[in-house]
Ligand binder design. Structure first.
Ligand code: ATR
Length: 278
């Protein structure tokens, strides 16, 4: 019997910039799976109706991106621990007609570091720059990997405080000026802010006090070498760009919708980099 044709999507507003179709269509081709993965541009006030449409149409599921991650979360009928703790969903599927969701951003973050900086999670102290939605996923990942001292630094310190409250133990909030003194025993430094993205405002961060064994990573991947990664590389520290997080966060969704765990290969990475350069 021929395999059933399965459909999935990425939904955002706007969504044209999303590279998820490139990733999933590469895997569909590589594994010769009969299925499709498309972009769906849906305005915020249409999102709930969109979910009802795809439920009726028998769509396998999909990814949601800005600005729908929190709304998607609020519509879930079943959720996993990651979605529950992060408070936002980026991966949806249906089970017995029920809308289920996960948040795979934290998984993608940790899997990227596992691949490119083995041993990174042996450090139990990390500094996280930023306190937005992205920071939530990173803090969740750090906690699940055993980090017990997570310093959250944010321009608006009250947002960092809110995150500490949300995650309860193991996190502290700090103003930007505190960064130099937080670094001397941080095994991991993560930028989750949009600073440095696409050549936007850079920042002056003295990484001199990070331990030599530290790993510095950025969730921004356009450009691949962000200002913070550049300074870290100049200091001889291990650096990990954010592209791998994008690639790895796509793995659990693909496996769920299309029944095969895909590989994050060098070929896939090169394909996305080539697309970024066009
Ligand atoms: P996301 O969901 O991608 O994390 P967000 O919730 O808008 O997006 O959060 C963006 C983060 O980048 C915040 O931590 C923000 O700091 P504030 O909470 O003080 O706004 C940070 N950020 C953005 N632009 C910044 C800038 N110019 N200087 C310092 N921090 C900045």
């Amino acid at each position: 019997m021929p395999e059933a044709f399965r459909r999935a999507f990425v939904c955002g507003y706007p969504v044209a910039h999303s590279r998820s179709p490139l990733i999933h269509n590469h895997w569909l081709r590589s594994y010769e799976i009969t299925g499709s993965y498309d972009r769906r541009e849906v305005a915020p006030d249409q999102f709930a109706a969109f979910i009802e449409d795809i439920r009726r149409e028998g769509v396998a599921g999909g990814n949601v991106t800005i600005p729908h991650k929190e709304t998607a979360f609020s519509l879930l009928e079943q959720k996993d621990e990651a979605a529950e703790i992060i408070g936002a969903a980026n991966t949806l599927w249906f089970e017995d007609g029920q809308l289920c969701g996960s948040n795979t951003d934290g998984y993608g973050f940790a899997a990227n570091l596992d691949e490119r900086a083995p041993g990174w999670a042996e450090a139990k102290t990390a500094t996280v720059l930023g306190a937005g939605g992205a920071a939530r996923a990173i803090i969740y990942a750090l906690q699940t990997r055993g980090f017990t001292d997570i310093r959250i630094v944010n321009r608006t310190v009250s947002r960092a405080k809110e995150l500490c409250h949300h995650f309860r133990g193991g996190t502290t909030s700090h103003p930007w000026e505190a960064v130099p003194e937080l670094l001397f025993d941080s095994g991991v430094l993560v930028n989750t802010t949009s600073l440095g993205m696409d050549g936007s405002t850079s920042y002056d961060l003295d990484l001199g006090r990070l331990p030599d064994s530290a790993v510095v990573t950025d969730i921004v991947y356009v450009p691949l070498e962000t200002p913070i990664l550049k300074s870290a590389a100049e200091r001889g520290l291990r650096t990990v760009d954010g592209l791998g997080m994008l690639l790895h966060q796509a793995v659990p969704g693909f496996e769920r919708w299309f029944g095969r765990r895909p590989e994050v290969s060098a070929e896939l990475r090169d394909m996305i980099i080539a697309d970024m350069e066009t």
